[in-house]
Design a binder for this molecule. Sequence first.
Ligand code: HEC
Length: 154
Amino acid sequence: MNARGTLLAIVSLATLAGCGKPADDPRRSEERSRAPLAERLASADADKGLRLFRQCAACHTIAKGGGDRNGPNLYGVINRPVAQGSARFNYTAALESIGGSWTPERMDAWIENPHRVAPGTSMIYAGMRNGVDRADLIAYLALQGDAPAASPTR
Ligand code: HEC
């Protein structure tokens, strides 16, 4: 094997071993990241979503009856009316005024960029860029509620 062949073999072994950059993870590729939400949800991984929820847990509890932190408790939030989940929480007018409910589509947009969905919201979160990650997180959120309202595909 010449030097170039050796290098190629090392590179492909490294790829097989999963040593590539996160961007090289085929599951989270740019193309899959931009696929329609229904498609991303169909192959979503709620266990990964649980791990991603760590980014939210500083400000949100999710257990049933959990308290509010900097943000409101999120139990059963999928498909629930916006800004009505916690009776005690002081929601901003910016969030209250968008009306409607937390459909999976709206949650996808919110997690990507809260300020684009509700300009002036008090949720200070930079946004989750990868669409596959967002679907994983939504799948997790949808399981934390009373069925069937929690179904992400409803
Ligand atoms: C730094 C604190 C902080 C982080 C981190 C954060 N949030 Fe929030 N979140 C808030 C605050 C504050 C509000 C209330 C916003 C308002 O009233 O404008 C909120 C509101 C929400 C709401 C609306 C709830 C309702 O009852 O209508 C959802 C949904 C939500 N956050 C999801 C998330 C998710 C998912 C993550 C993680 C990806 C996250 N948040 C990360 C602080 C945070």
